[in-house]
Write a protein that binds this ligand. Structure first.
Ligand code: DQA
Length: 145
């Protein structure tokens, strides 16, 4: 049984640390990857963080996760609010799914208040900055015990 957790990130998150730092902070996705690995190890898990600007790539990674991952932590970024394809892909995955948003999407524009992905997620973290990923990994550790 795999102990790998996929940490999937959607469009524009490759620019984390540079893009709108007043909203998303100054930590980079490499920093997030290192923190996820550190927390995952506490639970005997492996963290595999990936980012793509392409919806189809995120869908393909979710399909891959069906065989290769025990759980998925996903920040779908803008795809959160638009993508039935990502939601449908997540419905094909049998393990736990946790949704993370760095910013508090509920404090922002109304188009960010709706998430397709939340229909599949066991839990959602929003507005905890990049610390949300580590919190989600801790929760994943409990869910996969
Ligand atoms: C985000 C929030 C989304 O609304 C936005 O499109 C993002 C990042 C967040 O992490 O706060 O790109 O998912």
């Amino acid at each position: 049984m795999t102990r790998t957790v996929y940490v999937l990130n959607g469009p524009n998150l490759n620019l984390l640390g540079k893009r709108q730092p007043e909203i998303y902070g100054r930590d980079t996705l490499e920093d997030v990857a290192a923190e996820c690995k550190r927390v995952a190890a506490e639970f005997g898990l492996e963290s595999d963080l990936r980012q793509s600007n392409y919806e189809g790539q995120i869908v393909d990674w979710i399909h891959e996760a069906r065989e290769k991952a025990a759980g998925i932590i996903i920040n779908p970024a803008a795809l959160t609010h638009t993508s039935v394809a990502v939601l449908d892909a997540l419905h094909t995955f049998e393990g736990p799914v946790l949704e993370v948003h760095i910013s508090n999407v509920h404090k922002r524009e109304s188009f960010r208040h709706h998430s397709y992905v939340s229909l599949r997620a066991e839990g959602v973290i929003a507005g905890f900055g990049v610390e949300g990923y580590a919190l989600a990994m801790r929760r994943m550790g409990s869910l996969l015990k």
